[in-house]
Design a protein around this ligand. Structure first.
Ligand code: NAP
Length: 345
């Protein structure tokens, strides 16, 4: 059986996914299935090949500059969008890795809606569609017997969503508390360990490529709020959006909070928090909080993420691991693709 994949977005994650597919080429052609990339889209156009790109062609595509896929010889289509590519090819799986934009005008929302309308399964690293329209997307997918997988959206390289979906499908979860944004955790780690001010720590994080040139999605808390909403909607089947989260930006409050803490060895972390009662989220917050040094989350440093999940009967599960990175995210996406392949054969 052949599975045709369209990749929407060819930046850090899209390119890492293609690199991973080349590294794991034994996964592409198995006796019982074949996986092929039939299209790649960026902001300026796309490259499409109905029969699927060869490994050599995929390798050559990695040499293209940013915004360059539509210059890929006779396969290039300047000005074509993901919607055009979906309509032209009707692939089996759409991988959505364009930037996360938290507005109802987000192109990714249109991509996901069009994919489901055309009967295409979806794998997301882009958080926006599920942070805006979780239940709607899941219901549309269910109605059409399609799968929407999104392991890469929360803690990227650490499969915490699989643990919740498959491992905690019976136990009630009553609370989640975590560090879900690696960029701000890195900044806070520098502020604590090197006694730096916020702006200096941010500058270093930017120089190291850990923070974006425009870091507002991280520092204003949109990124962790989106992850919290996806996590909680997964647990409750709810329909919360990123706008339902009480969100306190990390800056400018962080510097005065740093000065005011009087707990010995306290560590400030940018925490996501949700309380869940009778299957409903009662409180959803993202804010900087001073933690006692023996709190498990106080030992999550640098770009690492951590999550504490309280479940019945009186259990506390602690997960720590990488929360971002092109390669880590690509692994999560490929794992989701293979789960779709396995369920469809
Ligand atoms: N990076 C990570 O570690 C990580 C981890 C987990 C989740 N994510 C999520 O994964 C997604 C991709 O992240 P990234 O780091 O790969 O971003 P990125 O490097 O900025 O790449 C984004 C890609 O999307 C393309 N693009 C932008 N608008 C588009 C549109 N309307 N239609 C088609 N393509 C479009 C860009 O085109 P150009 O090349 O022309 O600019 C670029 O190729 C984001 O939603 C992010 O939140 C990222």
């Amino acid at each position: 059986m052949r599975f045709r994949v369209l990749i929407s977005g060819f930046g850090t994650v899209g390119r890492s996914l293609v690199r991973l597919l080349l590294d794991k080429k034994d996964l592409l052609n198995r006796r019982d299935y074949e996986l092929s990339v039939v299209g790649v889209v960026d902001s300026k156009g796309c490259a499409l090949k109905e029969g699927g790109f060869s490994l050599r062609e995929l390798q050559a595509m990695l040499e293209l500059p940013r915004s360059g896929v539509s210059t890929f010889g006779r396969y290039g289509y300047p000005g074509y969008t993901t919607v055009d590519a979906l309509e032209a090819l009707t692939p089996d799986i759409l991988v959505e890795v364009t930037p996360s934009e938290y507005s109802l005008y987000s192109p990714a929302l249109r991509h996901v809606e069009k994919a489901l309308e055309l009967g295409v399964h979806v794998v997301l690293a882009n958080k926006a569609p599920l942070a805006l329209m979780f239940r709607d997307i899941m219901m549309k997918a269910k109605k059409r017997d399609l799968q929407v997988k999104y392991k890469a959206t929360v803690m990227a390289g650490t499969p915490v969503l699989d643990m919740i979906i498959y491992g905690l499908n019976v136990q009630a979860v009553c609370e989640v508390r975590g560090i879900l944004n690696g960029t701000t955790n890195y900044i806070l780690t520098l502020m604590h360990s090197k006694n730096m001010g916020f702006k200096e720590a941010l500058r270093i994080a930017q120089e190291m490529g850990i923070a974006e040139a425009d870091p507002s999605l991280d520092i204003e808390g949109w990124d962790p709020a989106a992850k919290l909403v996806i996590l909680v909607n997964t647990i409750t089947g709810g329909n919360l959006t990123v706008y339902d989260v009480e969100r306190e930006p990390l800056w400018p409050g962080i510097e005065s909070l740093m000065k005011s803490i009087n707990m010995e060895n306290a560590v400030i972390k940018y925490l996501c928090f949700a309380k869940i009662e009778d299957g409903k989220a009662e409180v959803l917050k993202v804010k900087p909080v001073a933690l006692a040094p023996d709190d498990p989350l106080a030992s999550v440093h640098k770009t690492y993420n951590g999550l504490l999940i309280c479940t019945e009967p009186d259990n506390e599960i602690f997960v720590r691991g990488k929360g971002a990175g092109g390669e880590e995210t690509a692994f999560a996406i490929l794992s989701d693709i293979l789960q779709i392949v396995d369920a469809s054969r």
